[in-house]
Design a protein around this ligand. Sequence first.
Ligand SMILES: [Ca+2]
Length: 277
Amino acid sequence: MLRLNSVVATGMLLLLGACSSLSKEKRTDAQAAASAKTKHNSKSGLEFVYIPSGKFHFGCEPQDPQCDDDEKPGRDESVSGFWLGKTDVTVAAWQKCVAAGACEEIAKDDEQHRCNYKNGRLDHPMNCIDWKQAQAFCAWIDGRLPTEVEWEYAAKGGESRIYPWGDAPLDATRANVCDKQCRSGDASTASWAATELDDGFAATSSVGSFPAGASRLGLLDMVGNVWQWTASSAADASAKVQRGGAWAEKPSAARASSRYSNDPTTRHASIGLRCGL
Ligand SMILES: [Ca+2]
């Protein structure tokens, strides 16, 4: 009997070992993205990806030498499952919201015509909108702006990653940042333009132009293109946090833990939004 128990116990241990190694089996990002749950929002025409609940390290990753002080030391966070836009909110989606009477017409443009609304760039991210206008759009589709913790969790795919695609350095195929063209387009950004990069865009790009920069679950343009307003307040409680860097920012802002904030009334061609549901 003792011997039988021993055999059974050994078998159980082997089985547990097998289960454990299966659960640790590493899926590639392409496999993870292919099996991610997605849904179409008919009101806006936007796609959403389900981000399953989990825990992660919020803030500076130990392998990241570019972290700013406001990313350190980071902390453990838990996130409940939620839906996040696969792309930034587009001009086409914003037009639908305006037609429905739930969003404002955006009349303002900047002197370089980089605000996308009414400039014929329907598949570009909506920009030049303040925090309340961003909130109103998300409310229209029964959603909300994500918190910065949710945003970073999604950007990192729940893992320890510097960028949505992993730890490989940013290059011209990964994201739309302030590259050599950005310098020529706006003299004010010249001091931090990454002149060694040519990503092909002087200002915003059509959403999804950088598939090589996709996150583990297939989110596009999480970094670069436009900053994304979040629901979170900054250390200065009157300011709101924005994430992801932008076409007008240096590449180091396009890291998953990089943070920035602005007064909620700020409207700029480098700031847009992505909704959670
Ligand atoms: Ca660029």
